[in-house]
Design a protein around this ligand. Structure first.
Ligand SMILES: *C/C=C(C)/C=C/C=C(C)/C=C/C1=C(C)CCCC1(C)C
Length: 255
């Protein structure tokens, strides 16, 4: 059974690889640095997905679901990066639709992490997740409408920023922030603080990319994509690693 599964996985992986390698136009040019950044991030996402799913067994039971979600985030992003890379390498255009579909799935999962990390230690109210979810939707819908040209780019930016600020309010001063502060659990307080820094500093890279891509006179697809790719590397992989490190520092982990 195990062998059969491995075989099926290998077959699927090979199909994906040959699909990319067939057409001459899809080969990566040696001076296409944006395309190279798509490649680098996709492979890092693949490696972290394997890492999180394997490491899941080594953390205390209460933290396991958080590590699973971290692996889902990088796994989902890996698949999207395969497509985004192809769009970029073949057309030289920003893969905006794939990018936002990826964000639409992975950002709510990252928000779920704040809830799960709180729930790993104490009882947590699910209202925390729903409020973070509303902030996420406002942020991403505003950004998408602006980037895809449905509304004015500045208006899209303002709506997106409002959603992000709402998320920051919740994790710093709202119920989520207060719960973490009064939990009295060292691993949780450290992890929560680091996750909050990522959502503040790491996430700030996205609106910067948006500004450089759309608002500083003329649109620059190359810098926009390099900035977004670097941000995804940090905010998806490092975010998961922070949770993993906190979980590993908890007493009672499996040896
Ligand atoms: C894994 C993907 C992540 C963590 C994506 C995060 C995306 C953002 C934080 C996007 C933020 C934006 C604004 C705050 C305003 C301008 C529009 C956005 C959508 C780029």
């Amino acid at each position: 059974m195990k062998k059969l599964k491995l075989f099926a996985l290998t077959a699927v992986a090979l199909m994906g690889v040959s699909g990319v390698a067939n057409a001459e136009t899809t080969l990566l040019a040696s001076d296409d640095f944006v395309g190279i950044s798509f490649w680098l991030v996709s492979m890092a996402l693949l490696a972290s997905t394997a890492f999180f799913f394997i490491e899941r067994a080594s953390v205390p039971a209460g933290w396991r679901v958080s590590i699973t979600v971290a692996g889902l985030v990088t796994g989902i992003a890996f698949i999207h990066y395969m497509y985004m890379r192809d769009v970029w390498v073949m057309t030289g255009e920003s893969p905006t639709v794939y990018r936002y579909i990826d964000w639409l799935i992975t950002v709510p999962l990252l928000m779920l992490e704040f809830y799960f990390v709180l729930a790993a230690v104490n009882k947590a109210n699910s209202g925390i997740f729903w409020r973070l979810m509303i902030g996420t939707l406002v942020m991403l819908i505003g950004g998408y409408l602006g980037e895809a040209g449905y509304i004015n780019t500045t208006l899209g930016f303002v709506i997106g920023m409002a959603g992000w600020f709402y998320i920051l309010y919740e994790v710093f001063s709202g119920e989520a922030g207060k719960n973490a502060a009064k939990s009295g659990n060292k691993a949780l307080v450290t992890a929560f603080g680091a996750m909050r820094m990522i959502v503040t500093v790491g996430w700030a890279i996205y609106p910067l990319g948006y500004v450089f891509g759309y608002m500083t006179g003329g649109m620059d697809a190359s810098s926009l994509n390099v900035i977004y790719n670097a941000a995804d590397f940090l905010n998806k992989i490092a975010f998961g690693l922070i949770i993993w490190a906190a979980a590993m520092s908890q007493p009672g982990r499996a040896k």
